[in-house]
Design a protein around this ligand. Structure first.
Ligand SMILES: Cc1cc2nc3c(=O)[nH]c(=O)nc-3n(C[C@H](O)[C@H](O)[C@H](O)COP(=O)(O)O)c2cc1C
Length: 203
């Protein structure tokens, strides 16, 4: 089994990265091949909104940019389990994660069969992530978990609806603000490790 973890925080060794590392350590302990991407480190250009072009050709390639998405998209399509993790920023996931999602459209392959601007415009041929397992990870400062509702909805829309993955787990750690605060949450981190181990074992 191949497990891929995506870190959507700008902070190195911050709470999100520690969460992702712990999950991947759990998965590795069950024999999985694991790979982590720190999205802020990658060369990911801002989507320019040409929209259809990237979906009208096979091969998971944006027409406009040759950048690290050329590596990342095939890696995602070759993985069995994907962890999407971000800190809560201004009630949703980070702009880093949003920029990345905007560049995921080439995972779709479609043909135009109807009037553009309508739901009948496209016939969906394939989607490189369909049916794969996904985990959503979120860390936040506020104690009230409800404050991340919008962020979870946005993750679900993208991961489950747009890319038709199966969200098998949501990991949510509240009340962590400064770099490394999550290390004090030993019980939560044990659960994160166990979750990575369990999901990798099941595959
Ligand atoms: C610009 C910005 C916006 C934030 N917005 C929220 C928020 O809306 N709710 C919240 O609970 N925490 C918010 N936080 C706090 C982070 O979610 C928290 O510090 C988190 O632990 C950071 O994770 P990291 O260490 O992986 O970067 C915000 C932090 C920043 C820098």
């Amino acid at each position: 089994m191949k497990v891929l973890g995506l870190v959507g925080s700008p902070r190195k060794k911050g709470n999100t990265e520690i969460m992702v590392d712990t999950f991947l350590e759990g998965a590795a302990s069950a024999g999985a091949e694991v790979i982590k991407y720190f999205l802020a480190d990658l060369d990911i250009n801002q989507c320019q909104g040409c929209f259809r072009n990237c979906m009208l050709q096979p091969g998971f390639k944006c027409k406009r940019f040759r950048d690290d998405m050329d590596t990342l998209l095939p890696e995602m399509a070759a993985s069995d389990l994907l962890l999407f993790a971000s800190p809560l920023y201004c009630a949703t996931y980070t702009a880093i994660m949003a920029r990345f999602f905007e560049r995921c459209l080439p995972l779709w392959e479609v043909e135009i069969v109807g009037e553009l601007g309508t739901m009948d415009a496209f016939r969906f041929i394939s989607n490189g992530l369909k049916g794969k397992q996904a985990v959503v990870g979120m860390v936040q400062d506020f104690k009230d978990p409800q404050s991340a509702e919008l962020a979870f909805q946005a993750f679900e829309r993208n991961i489950a609806r747009t890319y038709m993955m199966q969200i098998v787990e949501k990991i949510h750690v509240t009340d962590v603000r400064d770099i490394g605060d999550i290390k004090k949450k030993t019980e939560e981190l044990k659960k994160v490790f166990a979750s990575g181990k369990k999901l990798a074992s099941a595959g």
